[in-house]
Design a protein around this ligand. Structure first.
Ligand code: IVH
Length: 706
């Protein structure tokens, strides 16, 4: 080679090295070494030189990223090392169960150092480097056979076209011995190295492409993952190049070696691939024990929205690579790593109904009742629709197939309809005429989108009733604070006290501020406290005028009429017995005046209340009466009443006897304990005298009751 030519070759090589340094600094070290314009001039100079001296073009030259012609189709690639899938976990329980399964499989305690990584939402790619040179990029395909997308992969500037050769010093700093380093150089210089990772598109690039597409009237790319898959599977690499894809590495495989040989730890592998010129997620972290993993998960979930790319969870991997072969693969995925996913965002399901909820200000909000569907591990059966205009905007009909979205902690919402899936049986949705709580005629305020219930008591009364039932003095549910009840009501999850018993963990855990643990806790409180003392159940019903003391009086009284209070009695039985009580009988109870008696009488004659008590019974709610209040002074004694009493009616007298634990009979016999003789007694008195049964007058009777 003459001197000039060798100078040109040198210049070309120096330009390439400079451009590679800038690429590496930008993608891997997150540093801008050189201004974009200046870098472009370097690239241009290189391009011009290569045009003039094509004999110096090499496949790893940065000018060769976009080159060649468009393909007719992709060639097939058989993966040397299958590209398997991952199992998904959605909760801490799932993760703990995974760890426990591995422990059982292994037959002993496993080290619990986990390398935890971001789970990118893009497309898995396998890169093959031979003697350091990128020779092939392939998609996952079915895991065994993928597609050769090398030409497109080369356009991704975060992928080096040649492996960098790290210094001995850098390698020893990340734990490689001199022998290891020699072997690594051998792999880089002479053997095959496989790199795996995720091709992604940043949120910004996707938005930019869609902005241009919108201007050009082209259909938009639905989401990042589709955008990547579509971009990589382009037959023309120029189109791929336009899409500005990125690549994050998550695995290195050295064919011929076992996992853990040479590269000992997963965290070390991450450091190594960076030295080889690849980008890894800076967030990746070595965690000791699952509790650290859980904290990491929560932290990433919090910053998820602010990340420049889409992540759909974290991947938890045993840091000790020797364990990988020990634990192996089961079914479609390995035991040695687990995807711990964030709540997925969208799913499709059917709209079954629309119900109207009334909020604190009286505004009616439509709630969509959905065919239950799992969105990111949580079953959803309701979604908010905001207002009637939203229904119109979505052109929503009952029966429609809809897209429901759940993002983080917010209540699920309907974000779209698939009208092409309509059958013709869908029904249109009418605006509400009456308030679902109080039945008032709904008003639409001029100039407002909202429909309102004009009855200011409506929501407040319902909320109070629900809080009352949950209170310490009634159902006694610790943890059901006023705020949670308000959220449940506002989100249409409860409307009356029976609805508490139909709540599920899945419904509760998506309320703001409630996680898996507290949701489970609340549901278990409800289930544990289904059997209540009778007085608390009566108090909890919120009957007008009935406070705690009156509730106890009523419980004492009703218990004498309930067949078997040593067993639990159902609300339905209580209602039946209560309905049979006459107005006078209610009035005869201590501290029960005409107003209270009237309230009780009408409560027990309202069919809505029967319905309520029936539904409570169906949920397994029941009462017992262990804490009887007051002494049962007449327990076991049987009375016969004859003649008129001056201070009590006959019904009142009977009620008082029963309340004190006694029984009333209409027939005089030897088994009767007392015959109470009032004014103008009848033949019963004579019979009692003949049988020698004890006869008492009104004053004696009152003394007994006292
Ligand atoms: S490990 C066993 N690590 O998630 C194959 N995969 O749901 C898993 N993914 O196909 C490779 N980020 O494309 C691994 N940090 C990460 C990942 C990751 C995203 C993708 C990968 C895989 C899919 C499985």
């Amino acid at each position: 080679m003459n001197k000039d030519l060798s100078l040109i070759k040198q210049r070309i090589e120096k330009l390439r090295a400079e451009i590679e340094e800038a690429r590496y600094a930008y993608h891997v070290l997150d540093k801008n070494l050189i201004d974009e314009g200046a870098l472009d001039s370097l690239k241009n100079e290189l391009f011009q030189l290569e045009q003039a001296y094509p004999q110096f073009i090499t496949p790893d030259s940065p000018t060769q990223r976009v080159g060649g012609k468009a393909l007719d189709k992709f060639a097939k690639v058989v993966h040397d090392y299958p590209m398997i899938s991952l199992y998904d976990a959605f909760s801490e329980e799932d993760m703990l169960a995974w760890e426990e399964r591995n422990r059982a499989f292994f037959g002993g305690t496993l080290p619990d150092d986990y390398y935890v990584e971001l789970k990118f939402d893009g497309l898995a790619i396998s890169l093959r480097f031979e003697s350091g040179l990128l020779v092939q990029g392939a998609t996952r395909g079915d895991g065994q056979v993928g597609e050769d997308v090398t030409a497109n992969i080369r356009t991704i500037t975060s992928i080096p076209l040649r492996l960098r050769r790290p210094s001995e010093e850098a390698l020893s700093l990340i734990g490689f011995s001199l022998t290891d380093i020699k072997e690594l150089y051998n792999f880089i210089d002479h053997k095959v190295v496989e790199i795996r990772g995720e091709a992604i598109i940043t949120k910004k690039s996707l938005a930019e492409i869609n902005r241009r597409y919108a201007q050009a009237g082209r259909p938009l790319l639905a989401n990042a993952r589709n955008a990547v898959a579509g971009s990589i599977r382009q037959l023309d690499p120029k189109v791929t190049a336009e899409r500005k894809l990125d690549f994050y590495t998550y695995d290195i495989w050295l064919p011929g070696l076992k996992r853990g040989e040479l590269v000992r730890w997963r965290h070390q592998a991450d450091q190594l691939v960076r030295l080889l010129g690849f980008k890894t997620a800076q967030h990746n972290k070595l965690c000791h024990g699952l509790s650290e993993v859980f904290a990491y998960y929560r932290q990433i979930e919090k910053i998820r929205e602010s990340l420049p790319f889409e992540v759909d969870g974290i991947v938890v991997k045993y840091d000790d690579l020797k364990l990988w072969d020990v634990l192996g693969v089961v079914g479609k995925a390995p035991r040695y790593m687990m995807a711990y996913k964030f709540s997925a965002k969208q799913a499709t399901t059917r709209l079954l109904d629309v119900r109207w909820q009334v909020g604190r200000t009286g505004v009616l909000t439509p709630t969509a009742i959905l065919k239950p569907v799992k969105v990111g591990g949580v079953t959803i059966s309701r979604a908010t629709l905001h207002n009637f205009d939203e229904i119109n905007r979505l052109s929503l009909k009952i029966g429609d197939t809809i897209i429901v979205e759940r993002a983080g902690d917010v209540i699920p919402k309907i974000v779209g309809v698939l009208p092409k899936l309509r059958t013709g049986d869908e029904r249109s949705i009418e605006p509400p005429k009456y308030c679902p709580f109080c039945g008032s005629v709904v008003q639409r305020v001029a100039g407002e989108v909202a429909y309102r219930c004009p009855n200011s008591d409506c929501y407040a009364v319902t909320l109070r009733r629900l809080r009352h039932w949950a209170s310490q003095e009634a159902a006694g549910w610790d943890g059901f604070g006023p705020k949670i009840i308000e959220q449940l009501l506002d989100n249409g999850l409860i409307k009356d006290i029976v609805d508490f018993y139909d709540l599920t963990v899945d419904q509760l855990k998506i309320l703001p501020g409630l996680g898996d643990k507290s949701a489970n806790n609340l549901i278990s409180i409800i289930n544990r406290k289904k059997i209540l003392p009778l007085n608390r159940l009566i108090y909890g019903l919120g009957i007008r005028q009935v406070g705690q003391e009156t509730a106890t009086t009523i419980a004492n009284f009703l218990s004498t009429r309930l067949p078997n209070l040593s067993h639990n009695v159902s609300p339905e039985e209580i209602f039946t017995v209560g309905r049979a009580v006459t107005l006078e009988e209610w009035q005869s109870l201590p501290d029960v005046g005409p107003k209270v008696a009237e309230a009780l009488f009408s409560w027990f004659h309202d069919d809505h209340n029967y319905d309520l008590m029936h539904r409570l019974s169906m949920r397994g709610v029941a009462a017992n009466w262990e804490n009887k209040v007051g002494v049962q002074s007449l327990s076991g004694k049987t009375f016969v009443l004859t003649g008129r009493l001056t201070s009590l009616t006959r019904a009142q007298a009977e009620a008082r006897i029963k309340q004190a634990g006694g029984r009333v009979s209409s027939q005089v016999s030897r088994h009767i304990d007392y015959v109470v003789a009032g004014e103008d007694p009848g033949s019963k008195l004579t019979k009692a005298q003949n049988l020698g049964v004890k006869i008492i007058n009104e004053a004696e009777f009152l003394a007994l009751l006292a």
